[in-house]
Design a protein around this ligand. Structure first.
Ligand code: AGP
Length: 607
C-alpha cells in the first residue's frame, strides 16, 4: 500500500528520496511522486508506473536538501499523474504526502471550495494541504494540528512549507510513520525499509502524535501540543536482508530462506530438558495459560490460513477448542468475548487494518489479544497484550511465503507449551520436538526438487483454472496454495476440502481443470484417493503432492511432487513449499511481475 519518505539533511534529497521509494516498491503502488525544495521553490514531479519512470523524469542536477516522496496505491481517483502525491494547496506553497483514507473528504472539500479553494485532483488526500493552507498563519505545525483535528479516517502524513526550508512535519493516525535519526540528517517514513541504508535509529510514532523534524533534531507532541518523550529504538535487521542476494525475485529468495526462517522461529524457544516450549513475550503466567479454555485466532489472507493450521493444532494436539476468523468479518459482527478465551491476531506486517481493528474491538470488549507478527515495532505488535515475533526477517515479496511457515511454527510451539501443561507426556513432548526440529532439513530436501517443480509449472501454466484439494490439517494449505497461484500468476485457483468437491466443485472437472491434491500418508489418505479417482474418471488432470515412493499415488496421478515422510501433524510445514514454488514458476513462465503483482499491496493498511 502507499509509501512515504521525507528527508532533511546534507545529501541530495532527490537521490535519498528516490532510493527510499525504490525500497518501498514492495508495498505495492501504481504511481509515485516527490517534492524537492531547491533554489527557493518546490520542484514537484509525479509519474504513473514504476520508480524508474519517476527517476527518469527527475532532472539530474536537482539538488535540494529536503523533500518528500510517495508511492500511491489508488483508492480515490484513477491512476494518473495528477492524482499521484504530493498534493499542494492553492498557491503550491504547501506539499503533502498521505497514506490512509480521509472518510469525510467530500464534505471538507465542498466547504473548502465554497471558501474559494481550487482543487486539482480527485483524491481524498488533497483536502489536507488546503486545510493546512486555511489555518496557516506562520506556524506550520500549528496549522497541521488544526487541520488534522477536522479529519475523520486514517492518515500517515508528511508535509513541507516553502517558508520553512529544512523542516518537515509528520503525523499518524492509523497509518504507520517512523522518524529516522541519522548523523546530521533526519527522516520520516512509512516503514523503516525506506531508510535502513541511512540509519537504524528510529522512533515509532503512535496514533495522535505529530513529529517536527529538521536535519539535527526532532520533537514529538500530541495534537494538543503536549510534548511526548519518545524512546529511540534500534532496527535489528541488516540492509542485506532486503537485497535479492543473487536470486531473480524476492519471492524466490524468501522461499529458499525457509529452512533458516523456520529455525529462527524456533530459536531459543525450545526447552529440551522439560520437553516444552518457552515463549517469553506472552506476558502470561503458567496459571494464566492453564486457565485458557478456548482460543480464537483472527487474521487475513495467508495469515488466516496459518491461523487455520494453528486452530487445527490447538484442537488436535492441545485439545483446546479453537476458532479462526477473517478479521474484517469479526470486527463488524459484534463478536461475543467469552471468559478464559485467549485471542491471537496473526499478521506478518503487523499493520493490516482489518486485523488491527478486529484486535482493538476485541480488546475494547476486555479480551486478551496476543500478536503473532513479523515486523518488529509494528502497530499490532505494540498494541497487543503480548505476543510472539516470528523473526522471519523482512518479507519483501507481496506474496507471503516464509512468514506462513514461521507463523505455523509458532503455533506448533504454542500447542506444545499448552499440551505439556495438560496431557502430553515428557516422552511425547520429546518426540514432538524432534519432529519439529527435523522440519528445516525436510524443507531443504523439497527445495532440491526446484527444477522438477519448475518443469511441471511450465507444463501446466497455460491452464486457466485449478483446484487445490486437501483434507484435515492440510486443507488450509490447499487454500494457501490456491491463493499463491492466483495472486502472482493471475491463474484462477480455488482451494477446497477434497471431500467437499462432490458438493459442487466437481462440476468444474474436465480436461481443462487440473486438480492439485495434497496426499500425505495420514488417516485420510484412502478418502483422498477416492476423490482422486472421481477426478480421473471425469478426465481431470491430477498433480499430487505426496510422500516419496508412494507408488499408489504415482499410478493415479499425471504428475507427482514428492515430499519427505513426516509425522502426520507436521505435513503443513513441508506441503506448502512445493505449492509456493509451483506458483512462483507459473508466474515467471507467464512473465508476471512476481514480487509486485497487479492490484496487490504488501501491507493492506486500509479497510
Ligand atoms: C499473502 O500472500 C497476501 N499478500 C495477503 O493475503 C496477506 O497475507 C494479507 O494481506 C495479510 O497480511 P498480514 O499478514 O501482513 O496481516
Amino acid at each position: 500500500m502507499c509509501g512515504i519518505i521525507g528527508y532533511c539533511g546534507p545529501k541530495p534529497a532527490a537521490a535519498v528520496i528516490l532510493e527510499g521509494l525504490k525500497r518501498l516498491e514492495y508495498r505495492g503502488y501504481d504511481s509515485a511522486g516527490l517534492c524537492i525544495y531547491s533554489d527557493g521553490r518546490f520542484h514537484i514531479i509525479k509519474r504513473t508506473g514504476k520508480i524508474r519512470d519517476l527517476r527518469n523524469s527527475v532532472p539530474p542536477l536537482l539538488k535540494g536538501d529536503f523533500g518528500i516522496g510517495h508511492t500511491r496505491w489508488a483508492t480515490h481517483g484513477e491512476v494518473n499523474n495528477v492524482n499521484a502525491h504530493p498534493h499542494t494547496d492553492c498557491d503550491d506553497r504547501i506539499a503533502v504526502v498521505h497514506n490512509g483514507i480521509i472518510e469525510n473528504y467530500v464534505s471538507l472539500k465542498e466547504k473548502l471550495k465554497s471558501e474559494g479553494h481550487v482543487f486539482q485532483t480527485e483524491t481524498d488526500s488533497e483536502v489536507i494541504p488546503h486545510l493546512i493552507e486555511k489555518y496557516y498563519s506562520g506556524d506550520l505545525e500549528e496549522a497541521v494540528k488544526e487541520a488534522l483535528a477536522l479529519l475523520k479516517g486514517t492518515y500517515g502524513i508528511v508535509c513541507m512549507h516553502i517558508d520553512h526550508p529544512g523542516k518537515l512535519v509528520g503525523a499518524r493516525n492509523g497509518s504507520p510513520l517512523v522518524v529516522g535519526i541519522g548523523n546530521g540528517e533526519s527522516f520520516l517514513a512509512s516503514d523503516v525499509t525506506a531508510i535502513i541504508s541511512h540509519t537504524k535509529q528510529v522512533v515509532y510514532l503512535e496514533d495522535g502524535e505529530v513529529a517536527n523534524i529538521d536535519a539535527d533534531d526532532f520533537r514529538t507532541t500530541d495534537l494538543r501540543d503536549q510534548v511526548i518523550e519518545k524512546k529511540v529504538e534500534l532496527v535489528s535487521w541488516e540492509l542485506e536482508e532486503i537485497e535479492k542476494d543473487g536470486f531473480v525475485h524476492f519471492m524466490e529468495k524468501e522461499i529458499f530462506e525457509q529452512p533458516e526462517s523456520v529455525k529462527r522461529a524456533m530459536g531459543g524457544r525450545i526447552e529440551p530438558d522439560l520437553a516444552t516450549a518457552h515463549l517469553g513475550g506472552l506476558n502470561m503466567s503458567n496459571k494464566d495459560l492453564l486457565n485458557i479454555e478456548r482460543v480464537r485466532i483472527v487474521a487475513a489472507g495467508t495469515s488466516f490460513y496459518a491461523g487455520m493450521v494453528g486452530a487445527y493444532l490447538l484442537e488436535s494436539i492441545a485439545r483446546i477448542p479453537c476458532t479462526v476468523e477473517i478479521s474484517s468479518e469479526l470486527r463488524y459482527r459484534n463478536p461475543v468475548v467469552e471468559r478464559n478465551t485467549l485471542h491471537f491476531a496473526v499478521s506478518q506486517s503487523g499493520e493490516t487494518a482489518d486485523t488491527l481493528y478486529a484486535m482493538r474491538e476485541l480488546q475494547r470488549k476486555g479480551a486478551t489479544v496476543l500478536g503473532i507478527c513479523n515486523v518488529v515495532g509494528s502497530t499490532i505488535a505494540r498494541e497487543s497484550d503480548g505476543g510472539v515475533y516470528i523473526h522471519s526477517g523482512p518479507e519483501i515479496a507481496v506474496a507471503s511465503t516464509k512468514a506462513f511457515t514461521s507463523q505455523v511454527t509458532v503455533f506448533y510451539l504454542f500447542s506444545l507449551l499448552l499440551s505439556r501443561m495438560r496431557h502430553m507426556s515428557y516422552e511425547e513432548g520429546v518426540d514432538f520436538i524432534q519432529n519439529l526440529q527435523s522440519v528445516p532439513v525436510k524443507i531443504e530436501q523439497i527445495l532440491m526438487n526446484n527444477q522438477a517443480i519448475r518443469n511441471m509449472a511450465v507444463k501446466y501454466s497455460h491452464f486457466k483454472d485449478f483446484l487445490f484439494l486437501g483434507r484435515g490439517i492440510n486443507y488450509p494449505v490447499a487454500m494457501e496454495g490456491a491463493l499463491k497461484l492466483k495472486e502472482i500468476s493471475y491463474i484462477h485457483a480455488e482451494g477446497y476440502s477434497a471431500a467437499e468437491m462432490k458438493h459442487g466443485p466437481i462440476a468444474l472437472i474436465n480436461e481443462e481443470t487440473p486438480c492439485l491434491f495434497l496426499v500425505p500418508d495420514d488417516g485420510l489418505k484412502e478418502k483422498i484417493i477416492s476423490n482422486m479417482r472421481e477426478v480421473k474418471s471425469r478426465k481431470g488432470k491430477i498433480i499430487a503432492v505426496a510422500v516419496e515412493g508412494d507408488s499408489e499415488i504415482t499410478e493415479i496421478s499425471d504428475d507427482v511432487i514428492e515430499v519427505p515422510r513426516m509425522k502426520e501433524c507436521f505435513y503443513p510445514l513441508v506441503m506448502v513449499v512445493p505449492l509456493q514454488l509451483f506458483a512462483y514458476h507459473c508466474a515467471v513462465e507467464l512473465g508476471r511481475d512476481v514480487d509486485q503483482p497487479r492490484n496487490l499491496a504488501k501491507s493492506v493498511t486500509v479497510e
